[in-house]
Design a protein around this ligand. Structure first.
Ligand code: FES
Length: 180
């Protein structure tokens, strides 16, 4: 049989006699378990609010990116290649705005030069020019982009390729701006 005057220890839930409990604890009883208790309702409320804030933040970021295209320009432009080489090969590869950014320039059927980032907007494989299809094609998942605007036409990509503005000076082509 247990003694009647047992008290419960605040830390370990073991029964202790009042004589084992320090005087300061008896004078200032703190409900430790109640203090750390988080109800299921509070947890659900916290998670819902957190998810909502993240979702709204993502929407705002996407909206800003769509409304205001970023531009990267290089003073004086960057040499792409010769117009003659482009006419001969149909497309040429170059790097813009840095050496780490592969791009592709294509002479379209209408005679205009169109240039884009070569990085597929799906999962970043390199797109290539397919003359027969008259399209930029990503070999990874058969993504197709049209030559005139870089817009996705088929396959998984949903965003256009970033366009590179190219200027021609005589036979020389220079990339001047990247529109992201
Ligand atoms: S990486 Fe280009 S279609 Fe998937």
């Amino acid at each position: 049989m247990e003694p009647e005057n047992l008290e419960e220890c605040a830390h370990c839930s073991k029964s202790t006699t009042p004589s084992n409990t320090p005087k300061w604890r008896r004078d200032f009883p703190i409900e430790w378990e109640g203090d750390h208790y988080v109800s299921r309702r509070e947890m659900v409320k916290f998670l819902t609010l957190g998810s909502l804030l993240i979702t709204v933040g993502n929407w705002i970021t996407v909206a800003i990116g769509r409304v205001r295209p970023r531009e990267v320009s290089v003073a004086g432009g960057r040499y792409v290649g010769s117009a003659a080489a482009l006419d001969q090969m149909g497309s040429i590869l170059f790097r813009f705005p840095t050496d780490n950014d592969p791009c592709i320039a294509v002479r379209a059927a209408d005679g205009k030069i169109h240039a884009y980032s070569q990085v597929c907007t799906h999962l970043s494989c390199a797109v290539v020019y397919d003359k027969r299809e008259n399209a930029l094609v990503c070999p990874c998942h058969r993504g197709y982009f049209n030559i005139e605007e870089g817009m996705p036409m088929a396959g998984p990509p949903t965003r256009a390729l970033p366009r590179v503005l190219v200027q021609q000076e005589g036979d020389k082509l220079f990339a001047t701006e990247l529109l992201v």
